[in-house]
Design a protein around this ligand. Structure first.
Ligand SMILES: [Zn+2]
Length: 274
């Protein structure tokens, strides 16, 4: 999907939502086309994107963290990745703080926002999940998704922490969308050295970044959930393990990956509401 067709999709969803809710409308979206983004429209966060590009062409890995303001280990790990070096092949794109407003408050959501990881567009009839589009979370979600659509990465990793909802058993987990593309990459990732402690589960919730990237853009996406009961350094290390494994799997490290490790994590079934 091109960026312009993605914008058209977002506008379509917006139009449906305004019709459904009787909302007076979102001025930024009126006039039949996307207007220049005003201050605070969500796109300002994209100034925090880092890009590490190799002289050798190759795939793009997109890493995002800090969607939830009380989950800081992914932010630290992503910033460490962004500090370099560049990969041997391809490009790493990092948005380490997707919601600086929430990180500043130390809360899952920024004040007066809804949950950013439930604010991404939802395909099909589930579009009613999307709420008031004047909520800054929706504008931020659109900005992030638009950037990912433009970059066309081979894989998106979204770094989070969990209080056992996704990490039952006390270990880390990958939350996998239903598509075969995401599933195949996740299973390949789980076979790599260092990933032995990871379980897998899914699908990601409607309105999450991973669901939107996979289902709307057709780009593989995985949520990385590490237990918030672990010490911060261990949470950061686990995020680093996944990022390294992804770079290796995509052939971006310039060295062979040892595929075919024998252990296969068991499927987790969430038992509580997050
Ligand atoms: Zn989270």
């Amino acid at each position: 999907m091109t960026r312009s067709s993605f914008s058209a999709l977002v506008l379509t969803v917006s139009t449906i939502m305004m019709a459904a809710t009787g909302c007076a409308g979102n001025p930024e979206r009126s006039g039949g086309g996307p207007a220049a983004a005003p201050a605070g429209a969500g796109e300002e966060v994209l100034a925090g994107v880092s890009k590490l590009t190799s002289v050798q062409a190759g795939p793009v890995l997109f890493v995002i963290a800090g969607i939830h303001g009380d989950e800081t280990s992914g932010v630290t790990a992503a910033r460490q990745l962004a500090a370099g070096p560049a990969p041997a092949r391809g490009t790493i794109i990092i948005l380490p703080a997707a919601a600086p407003e929430a990180l500043a408050s130390g809360e899952r959501w920024a004040p007066h926002w809804s949950d950013l990881n439930r604010a991404f567009p939802v395909p099909g009839s589930d579009s009613s999940v999307r709420g008031d589009l004047t909520d800054p979370a929706y504008r931020r979600a659109d900005a992030i998704l638009g950037r990912i659509a433009a970059e066309r990465p081979a894989l998106v990793l979204d770094l989070h922490e969990s209080d056992r909802y996704w990490t039952e058993g006390g270990g880390p987990a990958l939350v996998i969308p239903r598509s075969s593309k995401s599933t195949e990459l996740a299973l390949a990732l789980l076979e790599l050295p260092g990933m032995e402690d990871f379980a897998f589960t899914g699908p990601p919730p409607a309105g999450s970044l991973a669901a939107a990237v996979d289902y709307l853009l057709g780009i593989p996406a995985l949520i990385v959930e590490v237990p918030d009961s672990l010490p911060p350094e261990e949470r950061e290390r686990l995020h680093g393990v996944v990022m390294n494994a992804a770079l290796c799997m995509l052939g971006m490290l310039g060295m062979p990956c040892m595929l075919g490790m024998p252990s296969m994590p068991s499927i987790l079934v969430p038992t509580e509401t997050p």
